[in-house]
Design a protein around this ligand. Structure first.
Ligand SMILES: Nc1ncnc2c1ncn2[C@@H]1O[C@H](COP(=O)(O)OP(=O)(O)O)[C@@H](O)[C@H]1O
Ligand SMILES: Nc1ccn([C@@H]2O[C@H](COP(=O)(O)OP(=O)(O)O)[C@@H](O)[C@H]2O)c(=O)n1
Length: 219
């Protein structure tokens, strides 16, 4: 009888967390939770509520109207499916005003911790191995060079037909988000497995992680 485990994944913007670990989760029959969707959906609510992003109190007050759920893998904000909308550039433009606010992070961390009720789950984000799931059975830190990440995001945006798709701007936005993420506490913890996928095909990373999960389940 295999013992399903808890997997916590952190990593830099655009390093491949979603694409890699959604596939891993499917292969091993685990639940997949992308905490970034929550921050993106909350940023969208703030935009729709026309908050002043320089006014922390207004952003904090908006939390009372924040109802987020994932149904069949799709994110819903207050009952409305927002999967494509939260990938738009305005979200990325404002998200760095939202993510550093302690009250916002506390709200999100509590919700993200409550979603993991036991083994058989992979949760990804920026503070999962450090704050949300510090006792996870397997901790992974995924990273890639800024150049590799910008290229990938540019191609991803082309596929998604995201407007104003510009490689230089993407590169700068990744550098800015890295800066904010490190300030918010993104880091590789001692017992995390560092995977730099700059030059490793996604299939190989998926297989490496699937093998590791199966090994730990057997223990
Ligand atoms: N090892 C890899 N090699 C090449 N491209 C990758 C690799 N891992 C992920 N990608 C691609 O990089 C892009 C960004 O990945 P994504 O999962 O959205 O990153 P994150 O969730 O970390 O922001 C996607 O187009 C994805 O298919
Ligand atoms: N647990 C998390 C997850 C995301 N975030 C923030 O939310 C933003 C969007 O998360 P994301 O995972 O969708 O970002 P990408 O790496 O997909 O571009 C990130 O830039 C982080 O700043 C966070 O602060 N904490």
């Amino acid at each position: 009888m295999k013992n399903k485990i808890v997997v916590a994944v952190d990593g830099t913007a655009g390093s491949g967390k979603t694409a890699t670990f959604a596939t891993v989760a499917k292969k091993v029959g685990y639940e997949f939770i992308d905490t970034g969707l929550m921050y993106r959906a909350f940023t969208l609510l703030c935009i729709e509520s026309k908050v002043d992003f320089l006014n922390k109190e207004e952003i904090i007050k908006t939390l009372v109207n924040f109802d987020f759920s994932v149904i069949n893998g799709k994110p819903y904000l207050n009952g409305k499916e927002v999967e494509k909308r939260i990938q738009e550039n305005d979200i990325v433009k404002f998200i760095n005003y939202v993510t550093p606010i302690p009250e916002v992070r506390k709200f999100m961390v509590n919700a993200q911790r409550a979603m993991v009720t036991g083994g058989g789950c992979i949760e990804i984000g920026r503070d999962i191995t450090t704050v949300v799931l510090p006792d996870a059975d397997l901790k992974i830190y995924l990273d890639s060079s800024v150049e590799a990440r910008a290229e990938r995001r540019f191609k991803q945006n082309q596929v998604l037909k995201i407007k104003n798709n510009n490689l230089e701007e993407i590169k700068n936005s990744i550098i800015n988000r890295d800066e904010q993420d490190f300030k918010n506490g993104l880091r590789k913890v001692e017992n995390a497995w560092l995977i730099d996928n700059s030059n490793i095909p996604i299939e190989d990373v998926v297989n490496m992680v699937v093998d590791k999960i199966k090994e730990l389940e057997g223990k």
